[in-house]
Write a protein that binds this ligand. Structure first.
Ligand code: NAD
Ligand code: 89Y
Length: 342
């Protein structure tokens, strides 16, 4: 059994803790939060007795195998470096770091300490998106040449995550980061990107709409589009929709988790709805299942010694896309070569 501790007992960490209870081979034995009220409420909810308001005190006192960092981005670098200096394996929430320089230093710190570092980049672990990737890998649509990865919603995300309305950056850094990572997961690494952004909601500080075009190294062109200003007749939050065209057919993942694969005159229509785990709540259930899947993956990687799919080093590529998208948008949607970020 791997002993872990969670740092940051806020909104999303509750999903981490529910999921850890279901992961074989992991046990969360201690909690840390600077906010004593949140810490104690969470400790009571999950029956965890060992609680700390300071992460270094927790790391000094507890014999842990890993820490799971679920704080917001400003504290990721000091907490990752602290955990690495104590020789603990690390899971860190997205956005992994506030900038690429910090991210590189965090990856180096983990590598120097010989600990595993996984970014909690969970969207690609949603079962509907994995089902689409399985179809591509099977060759069901031949060789993909074009794709669209789309997330459009008017869901009130500001209620549970008020910092999204006041941070200097919003949709690319918070949500686009996942959708860009899904584009990498489906179509591979990226050669160039261009982006446009805008703010539609006057009550928030930063951009709530972003449209990006990516030329992938393997030859696919993709469009990654995100919006929290899109009121549809049916609210699809938090579904990521796909349109993928290949040399032999097409794949569509539409609202309601409906996947349609068309090839050679034959069309297969499948319901790829995620399960609603015992502790999950609609509409978050697909995301909640992906939290369980990525945590299970982390423990499997610790067992096998394999690098996690979304290791810190891998995530540098996703973070570089975020930076490049902001740069492109600020420079009139100029096409940015990812080599600029190497
Ligand atoms: P939150 O503000 O609700 O919770 C963060 C908690 O961390 C707070 O309770 C705060 O007191 C605590 N904290 C901050 N610094 C600390 C420190 N140094 N030591 C101990 N505790 C500390 O934030 P949230 O909405 O839960 O978001 C947390 C992270 O999760 C963010 O990075 C966010 O982007 C991410 N998130 C991810 C997903 C996903 O699907 N992957 C979904 C929502 C949020
Ligand atoms: O913070 C975001 C995330 O990671 O997934 C959805 C979200 O909660 C709001 O955009």
């Amino acid at each position: 059994m791997r002993k872990g501790a969670l740092i940051g007992c806020g909104f999303f960490a509750q999903n981490h803790l529910h999921a850890w209870r279901d992961v074989d081979g992991a046990d969360i034995v201690a909690l840390c939060d600077r906010d004593r009220t949140r810490l104690e409420e969470t400790a009571r909810r999950f029956g965890i007795e060992r609680v700390y308001t300071e992460a270094d005190a927790m790391l000094a006192a507890e014999g842990l195998d890993f820490v799971d960092i679920a704080t917001t981005v400003e504290t990721h670098r000091p907490l990752v470096e602290l955990a690495a200096s104590r020789g603990r394996h690390i899971v860190c929430q997205k956005p992994f770091a506030a900038n690429l320089d910090d991210a590189g230093r965090m990856v180096s710190a983990a590598e120097r300490a010989g600990v595993m570092l996984m970014v909690h980049e969970n969207f690609r672990w949603q079962s509907a998106l994995r089902a689409a990737r399985t179809e591509i890998d099977k060759g069901a649509i031949g060789t993909p040449f074009w794709g669209r990865v789309s997330f459009r919603s008017a869901y009130d995300v500001y209620k549970a995550q008020p910092y999204l309305a006041t941070d200097e950056r919003f949709i690319i850094q918070d949500l686009g980061i996942h959708i860009l990572d899904v584009a990498r997961f489906l179509f591979g690494d990226v050669a160039t990107i261009c982006a446009s952004t805008r703010r539609v909601n006057p009550r928030i500080r930063a951009e709530d709409v972003a449209t990006m075009m990516l030329m992938h190294q393997g030859g696919v062109t993709s469009v990654v589009d995100c919006s929290y200003a899109t009121e549809l007749p049916q609210e699809n939050f938090p579904e990521t929709l796909l349109e993928i065209d290949g040399s032999e057919g097409t794949l569509r993942l539409s609202a309601g988790y409906r996947m349609v694969v068309h090839n050679g005159g034959e069309t297969v229509d499948k319901d790829v709805s995620p399960p609603v785990l015992a502790w999950a709540e609609r509409p978050w259930h697909g995301i909640q299942e992906s939290v369980f899947n990525i945590e299970r993956h982390f423990i499997e990687c610790l067992e096998s010694g394999r690098a996690p799919e979304t290791s810190g080093r891998d995530n540098l590529e996703t973070l570089a896309l975020v930076e490049a998208a902001y740069r492109s948008a600020a420079e009139g949607s100029r096409s940015i070569a990812m080599a600029e970020f190497a």
